[in-house]
Design a protein around this ligand. Structure first.
Ligand code: LER
Ligand code: MN
Length: 275
């Protein structure tokens, strides 16, 4: 398993769970100096930084790009893949596709989190899920053309009414034969929605392609009440080899949150048997 830390450059996400918020050169340098393998980027859009500049920063700092978020499409423009209006949906898909095209050359998959939207009260659930499946199919095909997967993230009930639990999302992916879509296991959302975190991870198995590594209160692991040992043990059991990416609040300050993340991961990964 590899470590990653979130960098946000989106002013509207000031209250969000992102650790580093300084301009990219400083944020990359901080991530590298603390010892992360990669950064996960939350940017205002595909034109905020050039692929060449991000590649140069990644190379200079010895970092990979773990993933790119698409949530700015919702946060800044109110876009979602399940918007009842077809024209709005097209704008939303175009935004996500543009982020896939940005991440692709960086070997970074894009994430569909808040931009999945939520089903309005007057839309039958079946219709909303058809829209989600159609959107995911287009995104997954575009991602495949870059040789990366596309990441779908179940969120807690206060952020979406589409999928809140991993297993429901696994069945949905299978039902719609959605290839090249992997799931994001965000431990913060899972803490709200799953009965048993390690069991949910074991059941989702190979469908998990990315992990947001957060404690119960969305702070760095060790600052809340999640038992991280059994979570890591379950991830080892399913032979998860992707990123543990710290999508957490920068508390008590960004550097302390980042250092706590690294030390919690190192101590757990170095123990041969996690309790
Ligand atoms: C995005 O990764 C996420 O977890 C959401 O809670 C952001 O709204
Ligand atoms: Mn997340």
């Amino acid at each position: 398993m590899k470590t990653a830390i979130t960098i946000s450059q989106v002013p509207e996400a000031a209250e969000g769970p992102f650790v580093l918020r300084t301009p990219l050169p400083a944020a990359f340098a901080t991530a590298a100096s603390i010892g992360f393998d990669a950064v996960e980027l939350f940017l205002p859009g595909p034109d905020f930084a050039s692929v060449a500049d991000v590649t140069a920063l990644a190379t200079a700092n010895g970092l990979a790009i773990a993933a790119v978020g698409t949530g700015a499409g919702m946060l800044r423009h109110g876009l979602s893949l399940t918007d009842p209006c077809g024209d709005n949906r097209e704008v939303a898909i175009d935004f996500v596709l543009s982020m896939i095209d940005f991440g692709g050359p960086l070997n970074a998959p894009a994430i569909l989190g808040s931009m999945q939207g939520r089903r309005p009260p007057d839309m039958p659930r079946e219709n909303a899920l058809e829209l989600l499946a159609a959107g995911l199919r287009r995104c997954a095909e575009r991602a495949a053309s870059h040789g990366v997967s596309f990441i779908y993230e179940p969120l807690n009930r206060y952020e979406t009414n589409l999928f809140n639990r991993l297993q429901d999302a696994v069945e949905f992916l299978k039902r719609h034969n959605l290839k090249n879509v992997v799931l994001l296991a965000d431990l913060f959302h899972m803490n709200i929605e799953e009965r048993d975190l390690p069991a949910a991870i074991r059941a989702a198995g190979k469908h998990i392609g990315h992990v947001h590594f957060a404690d119960s209160n969305r702070q760095a692991m060790g600052f809340g009440h999640t038992s991280a040992g059994p979570v890591i043990a379950a991830l080892r059991e399913i032979e998860y080899s992707g990123y543990l990416s710290a999508e957490i609040f920068p508390l008590p300050d960004p550097e302390s949150a980042a250092r706590q993340t690294i030390s919690s991961i190192r101590s757990m990964l170095s123990s041969p048997i996690s309790p």
